[in-house]
Design a protein around this ligand. Structure first.
Ligand SMILES: *[C@@H]1O[C@H](CO)[C@@H](O)[C@H](O)[C@H]1NC(C)=O
Ligand SMILES: *[C@@H]1O[C@H](CO)[C@@H](O)[C@H](O)[C@H]1NC(C)=O
Length: 304
């Protein structure tokens, strides 16, 4: 008896054991989720009289010939391939049983980063760009969900449930965007979330990337593009409003059949009482395009 007997039983059980319902081995808890380097303990109980009860484990094997329960215990779990199995050898059939522990050892990513692929600097509206999110050293990857955000809005969700790896891996996700001018200044982010189930930490651990603020170039757009007709009276103030949006910010220039006053140069909005009647053209330009708008300053017909 003693150790030789246990060894013989071990070999025997490996070829003849059953598991599941009729097995009478109960693991408490039946599923464990452990953070890398954390402590873990699980007890295995025999629901009927047992001769030998033990844990087969690369790092913490143990057995008993006296008790109806035996604990598998590790102070700091760092072994990615650990698959503890509780086994029992009984007096009555089924004589050999085993129950594999549902063990999830997890690790949150070392880093989550967001970058633009093959491009630096501002984007141009209407063109396609690719954003890349990279996740370093995550485990187990099958529980990972990567969420892409623009501002507070989730724009894409990438699940990795089709992958299987118990040890840490590096994964990535791409997002193709076609920015509009309204998205100038939009903030992109990707967030790695480990959804480990009810036995795991609540809320699920997340690691967020830095923010990527997009700058979207677009040509100047006048807020009111139509030609403006303005009434002129001697000595009265008039306003020529050439406001345009654009990225980069438009610069303004003025032309006219009349002499242009120095103080108008570069101005977006001109308010003056010293203009002469005539046609004034404002040009708003940036690196993408030049756009013009006309102002017709008309002398008021007498008597009207
Ligand atoms: C980035 O550029 C490299 C080399 O020019 C090319 O092989 C790759 O396909 C490009 N990637 C994307 C997403 O455009
Ligand atoms: C100029 O025009 C824009 C668009 O119509 C308007 O929002 C802005 O208040 C105007 N500015 C002035 C000084 O009139």
């Amino acid at each position: 008896m003693g150790n030789n007997f246990v060894t013989w039983i071990l070999i025997f059980y490996m070829f003849h054991s059953v598991s599941g319902e009729g097995c009478s081995l109960i693991l408490k808890p039946s599923r464990v989720v452990v953070g890398f380097g954390e402590a873990v303990s699980v007890s295995c109980e025999a629901a009927r009289p047992v001769r030998v009860l033990g844990w087969e484990s690369a790092i913490s094997a143990t057995h008993t010939q006296e008790d109806q329960s035996v604990q598998w215990k590790v102070d700091s779990l760092i072994d990615w391939i650990e698959e503890p199995i509780c086994y029992g050898v009984f007096h009555t059939a089924p004589r050999q049983c085993e129950e594999k522990l549902n063990l999830v050892l997890y690790k949150t990513p070392d880093s989550v980063s967001i970058t633009q692929v093959n491009h630096t600097g501002p984007m141009v509206e209407g063109k396609e760009y690719t954003l890349l999110c990279e996740v370093q050293n995550i485990a187990p990857v099958q529980y990972l969900t990567l969420r892409w955000y623009r501002g507070q809005t989730e724009v894409y969700k990438h699940s990795f449930s089709d992958l299987t790896s118990s040890s840490p891996v590096q994964v990535s996700s791409t997002l193709v965007i076609t920015p509009t001018k309204a998205e100038n200044g939009a903030v992109y982010k990707c967030v790695a979330e480990l959804e480990l189930g009810p036995e795991g930490p609540q809320p699920p651990p997340t690691v967020s990337s830095d923010s990527l603020t997009s700058s979207v170039y677009f040509p100047p757009i006048f807020l009111s593009p139509d030609t403006e007709i303005l009434d002129w009276t001697l000595g009265a103030e008039i306003t020529l409003n050439c406001s345009a949006t654009g990225n980069p910010a438009p610069i303004y220039s003025w032309e006219s059949s009349q002499p242009i006053q120095d103080k108008m140069e570069g101005e977006e909005i001109v308010t003056t009482s010293s203009l002469l009647p005539g046609t004034y053209t404002c040009t708003a330009s940036n690196t993408l395009e030049k756009k013009s708008k006309q102002f017709i300053v008309k002398a008021k017909t007498k008597g009207v």
